[in-house]
Design a protein around this ligand. Structure first.
Ligand SMILES: Nc1ncnc2c1ncn2[C@@H]1O[C@H](COP(=O)(O)OP(=O)(O)OP(=O)(O)O)[C@@H](O)[C@H]1O
Ligand SMILES: [Mg+2]
Length: 253
């Protein structure tokens, strides 16, 4: 039973077809990758799945229910959380507060409770702080909790983005180029983290240009070029696929 099903997805921007009849499935608890040259339509695909953009056609089914047309917060509440290609933190907030922002379990007491500091509100606040610290521990940033996010080195800011996504308690995590700008050591640590998240039962879809990382952790790789899926398979099959090699070399095969 597939966990996420994308069927015949279509998105046009001013006549340019950014995503063309794209179909793929992700199994529960798998690590899947979406790769392809710059401008292939990878981020647009995430934007469509996560509700940031509305598709011009197709279906998106998550946990057996259609999510097409739902708003991002509604999709996140169902267990699908994504990170963005560019680091997008609140630089002047602490590391811990950045993670707390990612928690959607704010409950109904939010506005009333925040104004009057009700007991329930304080309990919810304490619970959010606790889970946020646990998430920081998971990504190895717990000692940085009180620092300003803007003061972290770039590699740790990327980890903080993942921590914030994890605070949303995802069942499926969509990571858009999490290794961009990381050095080899940081990328290796990222691989370990992603595998750890999988062990905790999270399904992962990763967009990534770092082929070593993709080949090391992915079980299924979807290759897109100019909006079209040109190949899909395991790391070995993809590395030797002529269409894939052609797309990366900018050649016709
Ligand atoms: N909001 C938008 N408005 C107009 N065109 C867009 C928009 N978003 C993306 N595009 C175009 O759609 C195509 C796919 O872009 P997308 O960002 O999805 O590519 P990508 O595969 O993520 O590339 P990269 O590897 O560089 O991140 C590109 O031609 C891009 O210019
Ligand atoms: Mg992109």
């Amino acid at each position: 039973m597939p966990f996420l099903v994308v069927k015949h997805l279509l998105k046009k921007f001013d006549g340019i077809v950014a995503v063309n009849d794209l179909s793929f499935e992700v199994k529960k608890n798998e690590i899947a990758a979406i790769i392809g040259p710059n401008g292939a339509g990878k981020t647009t695909t995430f934007n469509l799945i996560s509700g940031v953009l509305k598709a011009d056609g197709g279906q998106i089914i998550f946990k057996n229910e259609p999510i097409f047309g739902l708003k991002p917060h509604a999709i996140a509440a169902r267990g699908m959380v994504r990170t963005f290609q560019n680091v997008n933190l609140f630089d002047n907030m602490t590391v811990l507060d950045n993670v707390k922002v990612g928690s959607h379990k704010k409950g109904h007491t939010e506005i009333f409770g925040a104004a009057f500091r009700t007991k329930t509100f304080k309990q919810e606040e304490a619970a959010i702080s606790e889970t946020s610290m646990a998430v920081l521990q998971l990504v190895g940033l717990e000692k940085r909790a009180p620092e300003m996010a803007g003061n972290l080195p770039f590699g740790q800011q990327r980890l903080l983005e993942i921590a914030r996504a994890l605070a949303g308690d995802p069942e499926i995590l969509l990571l858009d180029e999490p290794a961009a700008g990381l050095n080899a050591h940081e990328t290796a640590e990222l691989a370990t983290l992603i595998l750890k998240l999988q062990q905790q039962g999270i399904t992962i879809v990763i967009i990534e240009h770092d082929m070593e990382l993709v080949m090391e952790i992915s079980e299924n790789i979807i290759v897109i070029d100019q909006g079209n899926k040109i190949a899909e398979g395991g790391p070995l099959a993809i590395q030797t696929n002529k269409k894939v090699i052609g797309a990366y070399l900018g050649e016709e095969c």
